[in-house]
Design a protein around this ligand. Structure first.
Ligand code: FNR
Length: 357
């Protein structure tokens, strides 16, 4: 995979599930990231090709592993004993565009996790920006920014042992000079790309993006490294603004959008934004296809409708839904929901019957 001049949908915990990723690709994102997956959690997974319809109980998980059924066209990564896949990757619709982001503090552990998904994805990224307590306590995320030696060890281990591109996502250090010296270390490791979130670890998304830090990195002209600008969502209300942000940042070689994609995933459409209700319906259609569960659907829809103009009442109705049927009903999609669920169940039973015969 080539990162240069790409418009990327970045990693977002609880948002970047399979249906959301496929939606952003459909609207025109060139590359899409998974949410951050902690390396040791991923190494506990079993790789399963083709899932079954809903795996809500342990005995069904047993079926999951014993009767691989091609219902979804996905490769699933499942922690034995857990009722849902931790990660689902679509074999044709996203494989060549998907980057898995890992949270790690150790090269060997990260490598083990990366090798599990290596043949199913286009790239591996290391999160060096997360400021949350959980990451910092584990020496992961932005804790790595203070340890260039560890950064080097992790990235070199991955670059030297994987057959797919490796990248990392950093935040700014307090000064441009400190940020540049970290970037120079990263540049020696053989990574294909560095995403720079233009904020320090103490800054939040309402602080302005430090475009001048990204400019300074781009102007280093590091050979064979793509610099991806990130942090511009609040100044990117439309597709045209993506290019304006890119040009202001250096110009950088690529742009990563997160919140702008979360607020309205059709931000990736050259032809312009679609009404949020249309976007939400398409999200629900894809969710139906992959048996997405209510908590994820509600979470994603709440983030979309929470910022949409004149949608506060509808937002509250989404909040109040308690079942998948109610949610689909709210969007006038109850029939689609019932029909598709029945079809899937029937297909599963039939496939299972054939297997058992
Ligand atoms: C994030 N961010 C984030 N970053 C990361 O490296 N891994 C992750 O899993 C997440 N998760 C996440 C969840 C949610 C809900 C948000 C809003 C953000 C940070 C994100 O990738 C990005 O760096 C910032 O949001 C700034 O970019 P935008 O939003 O201005 O385009």
């Amino acid at each position: 995979m080539d990162y240069s001049n790409r418009i990327i949908c970045g990693p977002m915990v609880r948002i970047s599930s399979l249906p959301f990723r496929l939606l952003t690709l459909e609207y025109g994102a060139d590359v899409v990231f998974s949410e951050e997956l902690i390396d040791y959690r991923l190494t506990q997974c079993v790789r399963v090709e083709n899932g079954i319809f809903k795996t809500n109980h342990t005995h069904e998980l047993f079926d999951y592993l014993s009767f691989p059924l091609d219902l979804f066209g996905t490769v699933d990564f499942v922690v034995p004993g857990e009722d849902r896949a931790m990660l689902q990757i679509h074999k044709t619709r996203e494989k060549n565009h998907l980057v898995i982001q890992l949270g790690t503090s150790d090269g060997q552990r990260a490598l083990k996790a990366a090798q599990l998904v290596e043949k199913d994805v286009a790239g591996i990224d290391i999160n060096m920006g997360c400021p949350k307590k959980f990451s910092l306590q584990g020496g992961m995320g932005s804790a790595l920014l203070d340890h260039p030696d560890k950064v080097k060890q992790i990235l070199e281990t991955l670059v030297n042992n994987l057959s797919i591109p490796v990248s990392c996502k950093i935040r700014c250090l307090p000064t441009i000079e400190a940020t540049l010296s970290l970037v120079r270390v990263i540049a020696t490791t053989g990574v294909h790309a560095i995403t720079v979130h233009g904020r320090t670890r103490d800054e939040r998304n309402n602080n302005p993006c430090r475009e001048e830090f990204i400019q300074a990195i781009v102007q280093e002209h590091l050979p064979n490294i793509v610099i991806i600008s990130n942090g511009g969502s609040t100044v990117i209300p439309s597709y045209e603004d993506i290019e304006k942000f890119r040009l202001r940042c250096g110009p950088s070689h690529g742009v990563m959008l997160c919140q702008a994609a979360m607020w309205n995933p059709s931000i990736f459409r050259r032809e312009g934004l679609l009404p949020i209700r249309d976007v939400a319906k398409r999200f629900l259609e894809i969710s139906l296809e992959f048996d997405n569960l209510l908590p994820n659907m509600k979470y994603v829809l709440q983030r979309m409708f929470g910022v949409a103009d004149n949608e506060i009442e509808f937002y509250e109705k989404i909040l109040a839904t308690e079942t998948e049927a109610e949610l689909y009903d709210l969007f006038g999609m109850r029939n689609d929901y019932e029909q598709q669920s029945d079809e899937k169940r029937q297909m599963w039973r039939e496939k299972l019957r054939n297997r058992l015969m």
